[in-house]
Write a protein that binds this ligand. Structure first.
Ligand SMILES: Cc1cc2nc3c(=O)[nH]c(=O)nc-3n(C[C@H](O)[C@H](O)[C@H](O)COP(=O)(O)OP(=O)(O)OC[C@H]3O[C@@H](n4cnc5c(N)ncnc54)[C@H](O)[C@@H]3O)c2cc1C
Length: 423
């Protein structure tokens, strides 16, 4: 009997545990470890931050549901991994594994920028706790309207949620009839609006610029934030050579910027497992070249950058990619453990994303993720807003039922007509 540990029960890890259990059956043990007892659906955090969604709607207890499928759940933060001896330490105890699947998501590297993050002076929507705390700051903004800064710090790789939050916040402020009292600035390390860490997708530049213009949101690109203080942000705007072009001092009553991501400490500290940023290096089968019994998927894996930018940016890892990585891991574990065969299943490097804009939305598709591409496709409409609401519903239902049907394959790709696009 093989024992597989899935470390991290987020957007990637919890479905992975279900799918691995389904592939391996009852003859093998699957243990899911997560630092919190609940699963939290990260993509809905921007809605929580303006009070459109309650935390309970995107949170479910992990053990109650995974135990129905014969998966053990262990709640605790993994402090270290001894990859040479197939052991990890959690809650001060050693736990053995035969195979380890790392799905620990990102470490939020606010500490790279003085004064950044919820321990400093800017808000975050990267975790549910951050989004809830940001909601309090939003409520204070309603009481005391003033300038707002939204965007992504230097080194960030996840730009979609920054745009989402800017547009959602704009809508929430219009609903509250105080938008005219809130000057908004979008501050981003991207070289141009709509770059998205992907070198742009179709007309994402002109369309997102147009949307920002229509909503009276100014922007600063190639931005490197020097320091944040209470109600004030010092920003250096660079030119295309990465040299200083101009300095900005932005006052704010509310600021939310996405930080750079790195790998979580317990994973980053394992010798030869990760790249210098602490992201797990994997081969095309999501397997570590250094430790063949370790697999990894989700935001914690290393992926190649799309291109150099004057201010550092990274490449996003989005839901469809994560879903396919996890499916590949489940099939590869079956090949190794049950069939005695070599792994052969691969994830995809395709970026397919739905970005909510409050009352409308934008969908983009980049196939492959790195240009030149076979397909670049970007479209806007209220249907994206509705699709995003439906996506959350399907995903939460999947986490409760434990079915392993791929949400992106079954719903999103069909809705976008991607199968047709690929032909
Ligand atoms: C605000 C936001 C919105 C996003 N919206 C979208 C979107 O709309 N569409 C899209 O495609 N992508 C989106 N993404 C990108 C991506 O899909 C999400 O970040 C997704 O949650 C990543 O899944 P993951 O499993 O890799 O990491 P996570 O979902 O972050 O899960 C990691 C899990 O590991 C646990 N963990 C970490 N370290 C340890 C440890 N040492 N011990 C125990 N447990 C640990 C964490 O507590 C967490 O539960 C968004 C990202 C953010 C930040």
């Amino acid at each position: 009997m093989a024992k597989v540990i899935v470390l991290g029960a987020g957007t990637g890890g919890m479905p992975a545990a279900y799918e691995i259990k389904e592939q391996l059956g009852n003859g093998h043990e699957v243990v899911l470890i997560n630092e919190k007892p609940e699963f939290r659906f990260v993509p809905s955090n921007p809605w929580v931050a303006v009070g459109w969604k309650k935390a309970e709607a995107i949170t479910i207890p992990i053990e109650k549901y995974v135990s129905k499928k014969g998966i053990q759940f262990l709640c605790g933060r993994v402090e270290s991994i001894d990859a040479n001896n197939n052991q990890l330490t959690v809650n001060g105890e050693q736990v053995d594994y035969d195979y380890l699947v790392i799905a620990t998501g990102p470490k939020l590297a606010f500490s790279n920028i003085p004064g950044a993050g919820p321990d400093g002076f800017t808000q975050s929507i990267c975790t549910l706790d951050h989004a809830l705390s940001s909601y309090k700051d939003f409520q204070a903004l309603l009481e005391n309207p003033g300038p707002v800064v939204v965007g992504a710090f230097q080194g960030a790789s996840c730009f979609g949620p920054a745009y989402e939050y800017a547009f959602i916040l704009d809508k929430a402020l219009r609903d509250a009839k105080i938008r005219h009292k809130v000057p908004m600035t979008f501050v981003t390390s991207e070289p141009y609006i709509g770059h998205l860490g992907l070198g742009g997708v179709g007309d994402s530049k002109s369309m997102l610029e147009s949307d920002l213009r229509h909503r009276d949101i100014k922007w600063i690109c190639n931005a490197s934030v020097d320091e944040v203080q209470q109600g004030k942000m010092n920003v250096s705007e660079m030119n295309h050579k990465g040299e200083l072009d101009s300095k900005h001092e932005l006052n704010f009553n509310h600021a939310m910027l996405i930080p750079p991501f790195s790998g979580v400490d317990a994973v980053a500290n394992v010798e030869s497992l990760c790249n210098p940023k602490g992201f797990v290096i994997t081969d095309e089968f999501q397997r570590s070249p250094a430790y063949p019994n370790i697999f990894s998927g989700g935001v914690c894996v290393a992926i190649p950058p799309v291109e150099d930018t004057p201010v550092p940016t990274g490449t996003p890892k989005t839901g469809y990619m994560i879903e396919t990585m996890m499916t590949a891991i489940a099939h590869n574990l079956k090949s190794i453990i049950i069939d005695g065969a070599e792994p052969s299943a691969k994830g995809t490097w395709q970026a397919i994303c739905l970005a909510d804009m409050g009352d409308t939305g934008a969908a983009f598709v980049a196939i492959p993720q790195i240009p030149p591409r076979n397909i670049t496709w970007y479209k806007k409409g209220k249907w994206v807003h509705l699709a995003k609401i439906a996506f959350e519903k399907y995903f939460m239902r999947k986490m409760k039922t434990g079915n392993s049907e791929p949400v992106y394959e079954k719903y999103i790709l069909k809705a976008l007509g991607i199968e047709r696009l690929e032909k």
